[in-house]
Design a binder for this molecule. Structure first.
Ligand SMILES: Nc1ncnc2c1ncn2[C@@H]1O[C@H](COP(=O)(O)OP(=O)(O)OP(=O)(O)O)[C@@H](O)[C@H]1O
Length: 237
């Protein structure tokens, strides 16, 4: 089996607090996977570890068969929140930064996505609404040509019409063998694009299941499954 992400025995503490314990997770090439869990469950932390941005974990995280931080950075595109740019920065400046820093950044792909999302390059960060900023982050993240895309709650501020359009288009913006790992609290909205669902609970991967299997067991789908796990009355496991 061709696993693009392979995590074994991963534990992570921050400021003496156990955040993740004994996480094991394998994600096959090409899958679009929903990462679900309540506030503070550890979704962002897990993504930062996969992206090579958080250090000091125990266990192993392999991305495309490699463990070094530099390889993770080269193979993973993470939806960073642009906090490093001053609010007066124009979008065109951010795009040229991405072009300089990431050899795999495709300006052509960015222009396609930005056209679809109606992002205006001439604007400054301070002029963007929360939803527009999120659209920009989605555009920048998916314009790199990488094996793994990590989208951390990418749609929170985006209006529901645009959100539906973006969700339906998102898979076309990745190579067929690339993985998307997306966390979101709007479970039912992203359900249609997911191949698998991973749930973090009690500091670990509580379960990973294909959406097909979930739908065959839960008439109301992924949201019902997710709620059943948090309420402690799931049918199996
Ligand atoms: N710098 C830190 N020091 C100590 N604890 C931290 C630190 N950063 C995060 N945490 C804790 O790690 C846990 C996981 O946080 P994380 O942001 O990964 O969760 P999340 O699932 O992404 O949550 P949300 O859905 O609210 O975004 C939380 O309990 C949080 O309080």
């Amino acid at each position: 089996m061709n696993n693009t992400v392979e995590i074994e025995g991963l534990s992570y503490n921050k400021n003496y607090k156990h955040i993740l314990e004994n996480v094991n997770l394998k994600i096959e090439a090409g899958k679009t996977v929903g990462l679900l869990g309540e506030n503070g469950a550890g979704k962002t932390t897990l993504m930062r570890l996969i992206a090579g941005l958080a250090k000091g974990a125990k266990g192993s995280i392999m991305v495309a068969g490699k463990q070094a931080v530099a390889d993770k950075k080269a193979n993973v595109s993470f939806s960073e929140q642009l906090d490093g740019f001053s609010s007066s920065t124009r979008i065109e400046k951010i795009i040229s930064f991405y072009e300089d820093v990431y050899p795999d950044f495709s300006t052509e792909r960015y222009n396609q996505i930005a056209g679809f999302l109606q992002i205006d390059e001439g604007q400054r960060l301070s002029e963007l609404s929360k939803g527009m900023k999120e659209k920009l982050v989605i555009g920048l993240t998916l314009s790199r040509d990488t094996k793994v895309y990590l989208l951390d709650e990418p749609f929170g501020g985006i209006d529901s019409m645009s959100r539906k359009k973006i969700i339906q288009s998102i898979i076309q913006w990745k190579a067929p063998d690339a993985i998307i790992l997306v966390s979101d609290h709007y479970v039912s909205e992203i359900a249609s694009i997911l191949d698998e669902v991973v749930i973090i609970k009690d500091k670990t991967i509580y379960t990973k299941k294909s959406t097909e299997e979930i739908r065959s067991q839960y008439a109301e789908g992924i949201e019902q499954y997710y709620e059943s796990i948090y309420e402690g009355n799931d049918m199996n496991d």
